[in-house]
Design a protein around this ligand. Structure first.
Ligand SMILES: NC(=O)C1=CN([C@@H]2O[C@H](COP(=O)(O)OP(=O)(O)OC[C@H]3O[C@@H](n4cnc5c(N)ncnc54)[C@H](O)[C@@H]3O)[C@@H](O)[C@H]2O)C=CC1
Ligand SMILES: NCC(=O)COP(=O)(O)O
Length: 322
């Protein structure tokens, strides 16, 4: 699998992504092969680059220059300010990378951050994030967003929806599918043979026996009973406030949470620089840094490439074990 390169999508050109792509190339040029799909005119120009037409050409280029598959955009790059005319280009680059993955010309895709509102405003993008767009491109109904670092793996069972919609979206079916996809992904792609899965309660104190909400007993508990009978190793439903300290984390391989911030706050607090976002359940491998476009520091040279470097390494590792 690793004879093929990883496709790195440019994401929002006004963000820190392209600066990070150059730094990631400097760090990884003798370790693994990736190429960037981007408008060459958008690149900050701190490293040598070489245009390629065929993904396979990246292998010979990588040690000397950052391989670029050119995708012309409508407008120039202005750090910190998204150009609405570039929204279509950002979306098309992601679709191009998926085509390359589905046709097995690349071993994985790694996506640099998009600005969700810029895509909605500029191109009426119908998806709240990569995760949902990639599910559609990959023709799968349900995928799982997992964020992983050396210290913790977390999965939000509901993803990019308003908090007010979480209780109705967090159904037994969603939770069951999420557990199944997560367990399979950990076994098949992450080298965890028998995943220990912790489920966070939705309510304070996991509902405190019904005194603080009912979903822990009526949604989570029945799914746990059903899946335990099938052999899943599930701990549950745990009060979310006490399941992320070091001793608690040692008892599970992944924490499945009810909603976005319940999952992402602990991992971004523990390891913002090393966290990787991976989509499980797709017919191809996709990783991403855990951070966003960071418009506030774009163009300043301050962007830390560690999360993208970790994401590229994880993509390669997953491809090796596929
Ligand atoms: N995978 C993706 O495409 C993601 C996209 N986003 C999008 O990014 C946009 C901005 O989101 P925010 O909530 O502001 O989060 P953000 O991660 O872009 O920024 C939060 C803070 O962290 C800092 N930061 C982020 N990445 C950094 C890096 N590599 N090095 C140093 N400092 C860094 C920023 O300067 C800022 O102060 C939004 O549109 C959001 O939806 C957010 C997360 C992931
Ligand atoms: N907060 C995580 C995030 O927004 C990543 O979303 P996606 O673009 O990877 O779906």
């Amino acid at each position: 699998m690793t004879d093929r390169p990883i496709a790195l999508t440019c994401g929002e050109p006004a963000g820190v992504g392209l600066e990070i792509a150059e730094k990631a190339w400097s760090a990884l040029r003798s370790e693994l092969t990736f190429f960037l799909i981007a408008d060459p005119d958008h690149l900050p120009g701190s490293v040598p680059v070489q245009l390629i037409d065929d993904p396979a050409d990246a292998i010979a280029v990588m040690a000397q220059a950052l391989p670029i598959m050119a995708h012309p955009f409508a407008a120039p790059r202005t750090p910190g300010r998204a150009a609405p005319q570039n929204a279509e280009g950002v979306i098309d680059v992601i679709a191009q990378a998926v085509d390359l993955a589905m046709s097995e010309q690349v071993c994985a895709i790694c996506t640099l951050p998009i600005h969700k509102k810029a895509l909605k405003d500029g191109a009426d993008f119908a998806y709240p994030g990569h995760t949902e767009y990639l599910a559609d491109l990959g023709n799968v109904e349900r995928v799982v967003m997992m964020l992983a670092s050396d210290q913790l793996r977390v999965v939000p069972a509901t993803i990019h929806i308003p908090l007010s919609e979480v209780p109705s979206a967090f159904t037994q079916e969603v939770l069951e599918d999420t557990i199944r996809i997560t367990a399979k992904g950990l076994q098949d792609q992450c080298g965890v043979a028998a995943p220990r899965i912790a489920i966070a309660g939705l309510n304070p104190h996991a509902g405190e026996g019904g005194a603080m909400g009912h979903e822990d007993a009526t949604v989570i508990a029945p799914v746990i009973t059903k899946l335990r009978a099938e052999g899943f190793d599930l701990a549950s439903p745990l009060p979310a406030d006490t399941m992320f300290h070091a001793a608690a984390r040692a008892r599970y391989d992944v924490a499945i949470c009810a909603y976005h911030d319940q999952a992402l706050i602990p991992i971004k607090t523990l390891d913002f620089d090393g966290g990787v976002n991976v989509t499980l359940g797709l017919p191809f491998i996709r990783t991403s840094p855990d951070h966003g476009t960071a418009f506030d520091i774009a163009g300043t040279g301050q962007a830390n490439p560690s999360s993208t470097i970790a994401a590229l390494r994880m993509a390669r590792q997953m491809a090796q074990s596929a």
